[in-house]
Design a protein around this ligand. Structure first.
Ligand SMILES: Nc1ncnc2c1ncn2[C@@H]1O[C@H](COP(=O)(O)OP(=O)(O)O)[C@@H](O)[C@H]1O
Ligand SMILES: [Mg+2]
Length: 318
């Protein structure tokens, strides 16, 4: 497949621009290492025109957050018939929204934290004090407040006391109109990538996440050395298998394609609880997916090259 150009799409205008650029750089290099010709492009008003000029090469979208993962950019690629690696715009839109994805995964019989989704206008109009009290009764403390549509733990907060809940909600609303409030799950946090190179989704080794600070927030994610990752995770075989099943189950129920990464917490009973599924998993030096691949003896460049081939076939069939 040498000779055919591949475009790695990274950057964008979300809060996760820097992370995306690092993911893109690393993925592009891994593809060059396996002999592909790669062009790294950012989102701009000339992007679609440029892709048409280039003869509609396969795109590897590595945009995180906002338009990158909510299906918008994928929709644009579909409109101009540019083949790309990863989930369709429709399923990306579902997976990206925690207020939609979590109930859907729960509906499939998988364990998820009890979740309440609250739009900001309702929070204001129905009177925050009453809602805050009702939330406290329904979920108990601690709870986790998150923007429904965001990533990299931006706008997320663990809330221990009722008086801290309104501020946490307001902070989450800074990232979008809907916040989800969940029961806080104490346990072992793991991330499980899923790859499907054509013969069905396969879970890669779970990666255990141990932030030094105890919280896997933005700094813990992207500061080298701030978090210890164990790949594979130190889990009993049976628990590891449950994690793999949940990741595959989420991938399927959300209709995801090619690759995904499901974040989960294994609770005290050894049950993995679904937190979210990502359609554009990070590929930076401190991201869990590359670590998992390494533990599995897989090479990012080779895996992406296989997925690119599949995307090209889909493009040709369409
Ligand atoms: N219900 C929960 N209980 C405990 N911790 C949570 C819960 N939900 C999220 N977290 C923590 O917050 C982090 C970010 O949440 P996540 O749902 O993965 O959103 P995103 O990564 O898109 O910001 C997780 O990595 C985890 O450490
Ligand atoms: Mg996450």
């Amino acid at each position: 497949m040498t000779g055919e150009l591949v475009v790695v799409l990274a950057g964008g205008l979300s809060h996760e621009r820097e992370v995306s650029l690092r993911s893109g750089r690393r993925a592009a290099q891994s593809l060059r290492d396996v002999g592909l010709e790669v062009l790294e492009l950012d989102v701009s008003s000339s992007l679609l025109e440029k892709l048409e000029e280039l003869g509609k090469p396969v795109v590897v979208p590595l945009l995180h957050g906002g338009a990158g993962e909510d299906g918008a950019i994928r929709q644009a690629l579909e409109l101009i018939d540019v083949p790309y690696v990863g989930s369709t715009s429709t399923s990306a839109r579902v997976a990206f929204d925690k207020a939609i994805a979590t109930p859907r995964v729960a509906g499939g019989g998988w364990a998820t934290p009890t979740q309440v989704a609250l739009p900001d206008d309702m929070f204001r109009e129905l009177g925050a004090p009453t809602l805050v009290k009702a939330l406290a009764r329904h979920l108990g403390f601690p709870m986790m407040v998150k923007p429904a549509r965001s990533g990299s733990a931006l706008g997320c907060a663990k809330v221990e006391r009722i008086e801290d809940l309104p501020a946490a909600m307001v902070q989450a609303y800074a990232y979008g109109g809907v916040a989800v409030v969940e029961r806080f799950i104490t346990g072992i946090e793991v991330a499980v990538p899923v790859i499907d190179t054509g013969s069905g989704p396969v879970a890669l080794p779970a990666v255990e996440i141990r932030p030094d600070s105890g919280v896997y927030d933005y700094a813990a994610r992207y500061t080298a050395g701030a978090t210890r990752f164990l790949a594979p995770a130190e889990l009993d075989d049976e628990v590891a298998e449950r994690c793999a099943q949940l990741a595959i189950g989420a991938h399927q129920i959300l209709g995801l394609r090619d690759l995904s990464r499901t974040d989960m917490i294994v609770d005290a009973d050894g049950t993995p609880m679904f937190l979210e599924a990502n359609v554009a998993p990070g590929q930076t030096e401190t991201s869990t997916m590359p670590l998992s691949m390494e533990a599995a003896g897989m090479d990012l460049g080779h895996v992406l090259a296989e997925l690119i081939l599949l995307a090209r076939q889909r493009g040709a069939e369409a």
